[in-house]
Design a protein around this ligand. Structure first.
Ligand code: OAD
Length: 252
């Protein structure tokens, strides 16, 4: 795939200083991980209110723990793809780039991205429901695959993800501030249906950012995009970063 940036988008990219990228499950689809809202997606096979809420964990901790154990297994077996890797190159072009993700798979970090803002936490760690203790999910599952293990403080461990109805982590404040100051905002592989993360696209647009959307399907925010790339992230992002390099002059 080849992308040539023209007109306003090319000018905005050439002059951009504050760059934000928001990713969702779509960027990890080509790594073999299911998205949530596709026809065969996770939320077509499981009910979010039975798996991803504090109430579900209180009512049936074993089922919720085992489900996250299964998801951990999928994620642990996955590798970053060309889309994740392209974002590492993207950050080399724009040193102030802020990468924020709704994904819990740590594939951005595995690809080499730094300072990733995890808006929905991570499935790679377990944390205590009561104290500040946390540890790698792998060890917690090995000790106790069937039920959440107890913490030394008397609480119990849970996946270090954000569930529906829970407050978002402090990273959201940083993310909102970055979106509000962005000159260039790239949204990748998110259906933009879950707030407040989805609202960051509009925050950036209203603040005057040039908005680029990478998603094979249209979303509620497609109308705000100055450029829409209706292609898989693994193809579109490497081509987009090549085009950015042309606009900016490659580093080094
Ligand atoms: P969704 O499953 O809602 O949306 C995934 C998006 O990725 C869709 O718009 C697809 O069209 C797009 N997509 C699919 N394959 C793609 C590819 N190869 N390249 C680019 N895009 C592709 O996932 P999210 O928007 O991430 O939250 O969902 C947001 C949140 O809802 C998740 O973080 C999770 C979920 O419930 C919690 O569990 C709290």
């Amino acid at each position: 795939m080849e992308i040539e940036l023209t007109g306003e988008v090319a000018e905005r990219v050439a002059g951009a200083e504050r760059v934000v990228v928001l990713t969702g499950a779509g960027i990890s689809a080509e790594s073999g991980l299911s998205t949530f809202r596709a026809q065969e997606g996770l939320w077509s096979r499981f009910r979010p209110e039975e798996m991803a809420t504090p109430e579900a964990f209180a009512a049936d901790p074993e089922t919720v723990w085992q489900w996250y154990g299964w998801r951990f297994g999928q994620v642990a077996g996955a590798e970053p793809n060309a889309g994740h890797r392209a974002l590492v190159r993207f950050a080399a072009l724009f040193p102030s780039l802020v990468l924020m993700t709704q994904n819990v798979d740590e594939l951005h970090q595995q690809a080499g991205s730094e300072g990733v803002l995890e808006l929905h936490g991570t499935v790679m760690r377990a944390r205590c429901t009561r104290c500040d203790y946390s540890e790698p999910m792998a060890g917690a599952l090995e000790r106790s695959p069937g039920a959440p293990p107890p913490c030394a403080c008397g609480g119990r461990l849970r996946p270090a993800v954000v569930w529906f109805g829970e407050p978002l982590p402090p990273a959201l404040g940083e993310a909102a501030a970055a979106a509000g100051e962005a000159d260039l905002f790239v949204s990748v592989g998110t259906s933009a249906r879950v707030f407040p993360a989805a609202g960051l696209i509009e925050v950036a647009y209203r603040a005057g950012a040039c908005v680029i959307e990478v998603n094979p399907e249209a979303t509620a925010f497609s109308g705000l995009a100055h450029l829409r790339l209706a292609a898989p992230a693994g193809e579109a992002l490497p081509a987009l970063v090549d085009a950015f390099e042309c606009c900016r002059g490659a580093p080094g």
